[in-house]
Ligand binder design. Structure first.
Ligand SMILES: [Zn+2]
Length: 465
């Protein structure tokens, strides 16, 4: 078995920081020992990676991506091959993507289709949540089977009537089933029925520009849906994980539920922490680049999101990576904002944007690792195989240079999309060497991995319950 030692770095996990050497055998971390100690110095290895002056962190776990998602008459532009390669460049070594059950179809058919898309092409490890697009007796029964085989989380939509939407009765039934079988219900919490009325009214009044996407998807309709989801989960006796929280008032709903002791969790995304309705209002049709749902909010909401991450009212930062090219895809919505495919690229940028937040004073280093690696792994049943640096864990490791400077740009990123939501932004910090299960997949900006290295990861149930 090949042995690698990473020497001299500052190992950072969610729990601690220590100057330690890390010994990797085959695909796993087998030991840590203080740098310079007799134990560490006695290790022999086939390869030594010098991490002096650098961090050694667990690979990022991005629990919310949509590679190749069919949406709005087109398809997300990253395949599992391009998207996972880009993730690796950004220091993320596990993604949890969303398989989709379409209306009239089974969960099994949807899951099989996503396995087919991902098999043999991923650069890093991957797993699946299941989108419940059609809650009925048959799909409720199928949920049990999926939990047993390692698909332990199910996403429901209070938005997108006619596409992914579930009514309150369907939501309640799915939550009851989750309460019984251990599946975690993930919720897109926006009142889509009310939003569709406002969309129709805006378009009828000639308000067709991208910025109206943000205006009709009112903050109140995110807060109302979040509140309703909490109450429905309470009735069902099930846990709840609210995805892509963007509104301050929605954070308040989650905080209130958690204060009451309910098993309610929340995720936000870098776009809500760094971008705002100012971007949606960029002149010409540029605002289309920032159309996603929930929408970007006025800048004032960012403070509430950062605070929620510090107080643990929000526990996870995922990307909701769902890229559409500006040319030919976002452009489908010229003259009608409701036809702009919803989604932003970001899987490559998350670890660095959150490291920048450490430098900016929003987060501690350990909290950075907690929200980006450890908690998503625990939330979705992958810990401690993923999300930490410890004996027995997979050797998904990032040697991270906290002083490296970069300027984010579509010209240099690796995502298969023709723009960056963070174009021109200067960030300090960058993954230098990325290992996936002991194999170096990125080193100094060079891709050394291969399609098919990434392996499907069945998951246990949520580890917070
Ligand atoms: Zn999503």
């Amino acid at each position: 078995m090949s042995r690698t030692v990473i020497r001299g770095g500052l190992v950072i996990t969610a729990a601690e920081e220590m100057h330690a050497d890390v010994l990797v055998e085959g695909e796993q971390v087998v030991a840590l020992a203080a740098t310079g100690s007799d134990a560490a110095d006695a290790w022999t290895a086939d390869r030594v990676i010098d991490a002096t002056g650098l961090y050694v962190i667990p690979g990022g776990v991005d629990a919310h991506t949509h590679m190749q998602l069919p949406f709005g008459g087109t398809e997300a532009s990253d395949t599992f091959e391009t998207g996972t390669r880009a993730a690796a460049f950004g220091g993320t070594t596990t993604i949890v993507d969303f398989a989709v059950q379409s209306v009239g179809s089974s969960l099994r058919a949807g899951l099989d289709a996503w396995h087919d898309k991902a098999a043999g092409v991923c650069a890093i490890d991957y797993s699946f949540h299941m989108i419940l697009g059609d809650v009925n007796d048959a799909s409720l029964k199928e949920m049990d089977l999926l939990v047993d085989e390692g698909v332990t989380s199910f996403k429901l939509f209070m938005a997108y009537p006619g596409v992914f939407y579930s009514d309150d009765g369907q939501i309640l039934r799915a939550m009851q089933r989750g309460a019984a079988n251990g599946g975690l219900i993930m919720m897109h919490a926006e009142n889509g029925i009310a939003i569709d009325v406002l969309v129709e009214q805006a378009l009828a009044a000639g308000r067709t520009d991208p910025r109206y996407h943000g205006e009709v998807r009112r903050e109140l309709l995110e807060a109302e849906a979040t509140h309703r989801a909490v109450k429905l989960s309470q009735v069902a006796g099930s846990p709840l994980y609210v995805v892509h929280v963007s509104a301050a008032s929605a954070v308040a709903e989650l905080a209130k539920a958690r204060d009451e002791g309910l098993p309610v969790f929340g995720e936000t995304c870098p776009q809500y922490l760094y971008l705002s309705t100012d971007n949606l209002a960029e002149p010409g049709f540029e605002g289309a680049k920032y159309v996603c749902s929930t929408p970007l909010r006025p800048r004032e909401h960012q403070a509430a999101l950062w605070r929620g991450l510090r107080t643990n009212d929000l526990q996870v930062v995922s990307t909701d990576h769902c890229p559409f090219c500006f040319v030919g895809q976002k452009e489908l919505g010229r003259g009608d904002f409701s036809k702009i495919p919803n989604g932003l690229p970001g899987v490559e940028n998350r670890m660095d944007l959150l490291h920048q937040a450490v430098l900016d004073g929003h987060l501690t280093r350990r909290r950075w690792i907690e929200i980006a690696c450890a908690t998503p792994a625990r939330m979705f049943g992958l810990y401690p195989r993923k999300g930490t640096v410890a004996p027995g864990a997979d050797a998904d490791l990032v040697v991270y240079d906290p002083a490296a400077e970069q300027t984010v740009s579509a010209a240099t990123h690796h995502m298969n999309v023709d723009y960056s939501a963070y174009e021109g932004r200067r960030l300090t910090g960058r993954a230098r060497t990325v290992l996936s299960r002991g194999t170096v997949v990125v080193d100094d900006g060079v891709y050394l991995g291969r399609p098919g290295h990434g392996r499907y990861q069945p998951r246990s149930t949520c580890q917070y319950l």
